[in-house]
Design a binder for this molecule. Structure first.
Ligand SMILES: [Fe+2]
Length: 468
């Protein structure tokens, strides 16, 4: 009888060790995306085309206009003159009952040597829940354009609802693939939770704001038909003192309105909405959040208002991730994590979505809140009261992929991959939500990473092994 030769034994032991590591550790996907530069589509691309006709409304986009989903803010730009700021709208079931709402002041802004078109924002209110509405803008001219949207069902604990998730989208050929995949995904998102970094106009000399316009025209095919819930990213700052532009977020805030007052916020950069069975809190990574600041004070008062019997799913959006094992933007979210993580655990936030890092990552349920300067307890630990952190900054912008991970993969990181894509969150009821990430390199229906999440308030069981 021959025993195992020492070399074979060593190999077997190594293999055994590797298998144990694979079982216990997270996954760094072996999928390798073809390396190709992400290039912005030229202005002449069909996705940027202007609607035909003099002063025709363009860059149409909608977002939720109140706290519960019975109002919609309709925004658009007219290039030549202010034109009409009225929206005509009607429920599909009562086409003869046409309503009119008129925007407040039509705004414009200047950015260095750029002057914007005429920006209209009109909040249409007192809509019925769960109803299809048609709407028209540009009604004083022959260039009126018609779109439609669905209002969400009334807020309630077991109302199914499906969100799409995108971040760091930009306007490259890859961005176009991401948006197309979202549109073609058979899961059919009903509203988009967008985690910041829209146009990347600041990539150009003097932050060429024409790229804000082209982004608005590019995204219109989705943003005109379903609300996008906006989060501000660093590419919304447009802070450039060298050319005299010292007011942060100037283009973004002129172009994108949110219903911040409805949630008691004093600034459009942080706010909340309820939608179906979800309570969505939007935070600003690039506004002050230290103790006593307006954002801190608002969040302190906001968390106790969330009634999980009404909206079981508590979701937070921010731009800069707290848990990120990519070397790109490593630890940039750390100061906000230190400030707010104890609250997230105390109030049992279900899911935190962030962008910023141009790759995909999903964490385990972990927290790191024991540290108090002297006790040395500064390692993330499994925590069933903690959220899952998801980085979804892989929309496909001009800066390209972030494919330099820190090694080894930290234990808290459940799945990571440097590919472009989007995600969907299908809330089924108060206990279960089916989440999937879809990489652009696959077919529309392929779920590259998917998990059945259990609600932290109603069903706080370990869902880490529910990878589907
Ligand atoms: Fe960013």
């Amino acid at each position: 009888m021959h025993g195992l030769r020492p070399v074979t034994l060593c190999l077997l032991l190594l293999l055994h060790g590797a298998l144990i590591f694979m079982v216990n550790a997270g996954i760094t996907s072996s999928f390798v995306r073809k390396e190709a530069k992400s290039i912005d589509m030229p202005f002449s691309s069909d996705v940027f085309s202007h609607p035909p006709g003099y002063n025709a409304p363009q860059q149409v986009h909608i977002t939720q206009g109140d706290h519960v989903g019975r109002a919609v803010i309709v925004s658009w730009v007219t290039q030549n003159e202010p034109g009409s700021s009225t929206v005509v709208y009607w429920a599909e079931k009562t086409p003869n009952q046409k309503h009119r709402a008129t925007a407040g002041k039509v705004t414009t802004y200047k950015y260095y040597n750029y002057t914007s078109g005429f920006i209209h924002h009109c909040n249409i209110k007192n809509l019925e829940f769960d109803t299809k509405y048609h709407y028209e803008v540009g009604i004083s001219t022959r260039r009126r354009r018609r779109f439609w949207f669905m209002t969400p069902p009334a807020v309630g604990p077991d109302v199914p609802y499906t969100f799409g998730l995108m971040g760091d989208l930009g306007q490259t050929y890859d961005s176009n693939v991401t948006l197309t995949h979202y549109e073609m995904n058979p899961v059919k998102g009903q509203a988009v939770l967008f985690v910041g970094d829209l146009s990347y106009a600041d990539h150009y000399p003097f932050h060429d704001n024409s790229r804000w316009d082209s982004w608005g025209r590019f995204a219109e095919r989705s943003t005109a038909y379903q609300p996008w819930i906006w989060t501000a990213g660093n590419h919304e700052l447009d802070y450039e003192p060298t050319i005299g532009e010292t007011k942060p977020f100037k283009p973004f805030l002129h172009r994108y309105r949110v219903p911040f007052r409805a949630s008691g916020s004093t600034e459009p950069l942080w706010y909340s909405i309820k939608r179906a069975s979800a309570y969505v809190i939007v935070l600003s990574s690039y506004s002050a959040y230290g103790m006593y600041t307006p954002q801190y004070q608002w969040l302190l008062e906001e968390f106790p208002k969330v009634n999980r019997s009404e909206t079981p799913w508590l979701i937070v959006l921010m731009h800069s991730p707290w848990y990120n094992s990519n070397s790109y933007h490593f630890m940039e979210g750390e100061t906000m994590r230190v400030m707010f993580e104890p609250w997230f655990v105390h109030y049992k936030v279900d899911l935190v979505f962030a962008g910023h890092v141009h790759a995909y990552e999903r964490s385990e349920r972990i927290s790191n809140i024991a540290y108090n300067i002297v006790n040395g307890e500064c390692t993330p630990v499994k925590d069933q009261s903690a959220p899952v952190y998801i980085t979804i900054g892989d929309g496909g912008n001009i800066e390209g992929l972030a494919n330099n991970m820190t090694e080894p993969q930290p234990k808290y990181s459940a799945y990571r991959e440097a590919s472009f894509g989007h995600a969907t969150l299908e809330i089924k009821n108060r206990t279960h939500a089916y989440y999937s990430w879809h990489r652009n390199s696959d077919g529309y229906a392929v779920r590259a990473d998917s998990v059945m999440f259990f609600n932290r308030y109603w069903h706080p069981k370990d869902d880490s092994s529910s990878r589907a």
